[in-house]
Design a protein around this ligand. Structure first.
Ligand code: GLN
Ligand code: ZN
Length: 771
């Protein structure tokens, strides 16, 4: 029987049980034992579910209480000195301190930096290493879950993030190359392999997704060295897993690894298949990642079956395993709970469970074609139905795209011209202070939205209540002394869903949660058809907010690229066509905000970078259409309305030119977790417009002092002309509470005032920003 397996499964739980447990634990409502018991229940349930759906080799150790990269760091004792005392005292508290920061009478600990896991919307914690450090193996957590799975009767395969990917994903605090630590690290990997072997693991899964990226020579050598060192130790059989893209020129590295099985992502890396088939070493098993672990569409099983047959013909059925392209972490768990979705749309979808069922059906089709026939025919009908559906394609959207192609909708006046218009209109002091948009989403705010959605509040009552929240928020901001205000985003549950609900072409699940980081989840909308905007979406709220204050108010939108990346995107047209459709829809909204008198519009693009293809050769094309989509949206503002954008990640160096090409008047970026390291990008490249480097980390409950923020700003001043600098937090404040928000922003405004007071009187006049 052909083996079906998965590389990983969602952790959060169909009802976000892990989120609830974690948050209760952090609030001190449940103890460590209870949290661990709940985690165990989830793991068992998920193995059970995968088994029922037809998977036979089940991953273990893919589950995590917070993040698997953090788990790996802990497993090898790779943690900053500052955290070791707390870790020794209470391991779990230490783990969460690394993830979220921790302040009490005895400790004041920073969280690790957080960044995106490859090109996904999952965030991992960046391990902090230093030259010459040592490692120490702590295998108990992994051995524990392995025994747990086995005791429950499952064929469990421990998942281990490989040493090279681990080091490449880490950073060093002294700037030394992390790969230099490989030799110190490998003996501990070897010891882990042996420990798993002794514990009775038949297989282990070694994840090396870094194989799907461009490798320099040092990294290539590191792979060769690591594989040969590890292949030779007493160990279980190893499934080497690469995903998120083709191996391309790294194929030989994987094929020569000396391991027993290789997993390929054939959704994104289909080009690898034939070359790999031609060169697969004798006896090596090929795990074919056939259906998409990162999207929610049902597969064309005829196509996949042809691929599976092709593989079986070349290497034999007994050497073929079937799997999703990557871990299922990136899709919701089970479509069965979506009882209210439009039935036709629902028939087009597959979540984690359905993906495994698809593979099980393919396995049956390989082994016993007769039995699989009717189910294959049923799926064929569904796929055909979607291809032909008249609900998907809208003539008026096609017409709008044609207009765009005919004239350039992306043009604004040059920055210098816009800047003088805007400066006059806004009259801001140097180092203007602002926030990124959202203010605390208190339970009160959430209840109002829930009550309105449930029909317990009518539209008028709802409007009046939200307006009260907006008014209170405006007063707070004035009292704190901020220069550019926001309305607070109280009407939004989620920055993508809010807009998607008002645009045509999007659909929504009720339980389709996907982990973003730790306990934070998102419920990505599904773009299933052409996108357009039937009516204004935010104008009433923003106009009202501006009417409450004489200070400039920002209209707040989510940008087209982020709308795209944080949704499940249709797979029947190229992504850039959908991006263009969204951009044209949002452009209308920007124009409406400008017409309503908003002097500033912020178009958030926090996801621009995560869509960046992993391979350099694929990037220019992506950046071109992504920048174009942003500019089309921004151009709706005209020249006198200042356009801001916001991005939250700290790896800027490789896209800085594209950020400049977006030509927003002001860009605010996340910097505080990386202690302004990303400003390096701006040293090398003279960013022409204005910049707000975030001065404090909103992901952590820790509030830095005014002096700390001032120090970050001073660093920024060293590389960016003062006249270009804005002062703002890293990101929106919706997850924080009011007392800490008030305190943090007051300190931030204090830091900005200190800076201003140091400017010579002449420079206090706004000066020309462009050098
Ligand atoms: N304007 C949004 C907010 O403040 C931006 C969120 C984000 O960057 N992810 O919540
Ligand atoms: Zn942000």
């Amino acid at each position: 029987m052909t083996i079906v397996h998965t590389l990983g499964f969602p952790r959060i739980g169909a009802k976000r049980e892990l989120k609830q447990a974690l948050e209760q634990y952090w609030r001190g409502e449940i103890d460590t034992a209870t949290l661990e018991a709940r985690a165990r229940t989830l793991r068992l349930r998920h193995w059970q579910l995968q088994h029922e759906a037809g998977a036979r080799h089940l991953p273990c150790g893919d589950f995590s209480l917070y993040d698997h990269v953090l788990d790996t760091a802990l497993r090898f004792g790779a943690v900053p000195e500052s955290h070791t005392a707390l870790l020794a005292e209470h391991r779990l508290r230490g783990l969460f301190a690394l993830a979220r920061g921790h302040q009490d009478a005895r400790h004041d600990l920073r969280a690790l930096e957080m960044t995106k896991w490859f090109d996904t919307n999952y965030h991992y914690l960046v391990p902090e290493l230093r030259a010459g450090q040592s490692f120490r193996l702590e295998p108990d957590d992994l051995l524990g879950v392995f025994h747990e799975a086995r005791a429950a009767g499952f064929q469990a395969r421990p998942v281990v993030l490989g040493p090279v990917s681990f080091l490449k994903l880490a950073k060093t605090i002294d700037g030394s190359p992390a790969l230099e630590l490989l030799d110190a690290l490998l003996p501990h990997y070897a010891a882990l392999f042996s420990a798993l072997h002794e514990a009775g693991a038949e297989w282990l899964q070694l994840d090396e997704p870094w194989l799907a990226t461009d490798l320099d020579h040092a990294t290539e050598r590191a792979f060769t060295h690591a594989f040969s060192a590890l292949a030779g130790v007493p160990r279980p059989k190893v499934l080497l897993a690469s995903y998120f893209g083709p191996l391309r020129e790294n194929r030989a590295l994987a094929l020569d690894s000396g391991f027993e099985a290789l997993h390929l992502d054939l959704v994104r890396g289909g080009e690898d298949l034939e070359p790999v088939l031609a060169a697969l070493p004798d006896g090596m098993i090929l795990s074919a990642g056939l259906n998409d672990g990162r999207n929610v569409w049902r597969s064309d099983l005829d196509g996949l079956l042809a691929t599976a047959r092709r593989i079986a013909d070349v290497i034999g059925r007994e050497r073929l395993w079937l799997a999703p392209s990557c871990s299922l972490l990136h899709v919701p768990i089970d479509l069965a709970t979506e009882t209210r979705l439009d039935p036709e749309l629902r028939s087009w979808l597959a979540f984690a469970r359905q993906k495994i069922e698809e593979l099980a059906l393919l396995a049956t089709a390989l082994d016993d074609p007769q039995t699989a026939g009717p189910a294959l025919a049923a799926q064929r009908a569904v796929i055909e139905g979607r291809r032909r559906s008249s609900r998907v394609h809208r003539p008026e959207v096609a017409e709008r795209l044609r207009q765009h192609a005919a004239g350039d909708l992306a043009v604004r006046a040059p920055y210098a011209e816009r800047q003088s218009l805007q400066r006059e209109r806004l009259g801001l002091p140097p180092f203007p202070t602002t926030t990124i948009g959202s203010f605390p989403q208190t339970s009160g705010v959430r209840e109002v939205r829930a009550a309105w959605r449930a029909g317990k509040l009518d539209d008028d009552q709802y409007q009046a209540t939200i307006r009260k929240h907006i008014a209170a928020c405006v007063r707070e901001q004035e009292a704190i002394g901020l220069d550019v205000l926001v309305h607070g985003e109280f009407e939004r549950n989620d920055m993508v869903e809010y807009f998607a609900e008002q645009l045509e072409g999007f659909a929504f699940t009720r339980h389709g949660w996907v982990q973003s980081y730790g306990s934070r989840c998102v419920k990505p909308p599904i773009i299933w058809g052409d996108v357009w905007r039937p009516r204004p979406m935010t104008v009433d709220w923003s106009r009202h907010a501006q009417s409450l204050t004489s200070r400039p108010m920002k209209g707040m939108l989510t940008g087209p690229v982020t709308m795209l990346h944080w949704s499940f995107v249709r797979d029947d047209v190229p992504r850039q066509r959908t991006a263009l459709q969204i951009a044209l829809a949002l452009r209308g909204e920007v124009a409406d905000l400008a017409a309503a008198g908003l002097p500033i519009v912020q178009i958030d693009e926090p996801a621009l970078r995560e869509g960046l293809p992993l391979r350099r050769s694929d990037r220019a094309d992506y950046l071109e259409w992504a920048v174009e989509a942003f500019r089309i949206t921004a151009a709706g503002a005209g020249d006198a309305v200042q356009v801001h954008t916001h991005m939250c990640y700290s790896e800027f160096n490789d896209i800085i030119e594209a950020v400049a090409a977006m030509d927003a008047d002001v860009v605010s970026i996340e910097t505080s977790r990386s202690r302004m390291a990303l400003l390096d990008a701006f040293v090398r490249f003279r960013y022409p417009n204005q910049i707000g480097p975030g001065v404090y980390d909103i992901h952590s409950p820790r509030i830095p002092s005014e002096a700390e923020m001032l120090e970050l700003l001073e660093r920024a001043c060293a590389v960016i002309p003062a006249a270009q600098l804005w002062v703002n937090p890293d990101c929106g404040l919706k997850t924080r509470d009011w007392p800490e928000t008030r305190e943090a922003l007051t300190r931030m405004v204090g830091a900005a005032r200190q800076l201003r007071s140091r400017l010579p009187a002449a420079a206090a006049e706004p000066v020309e920003a462009t050098p």
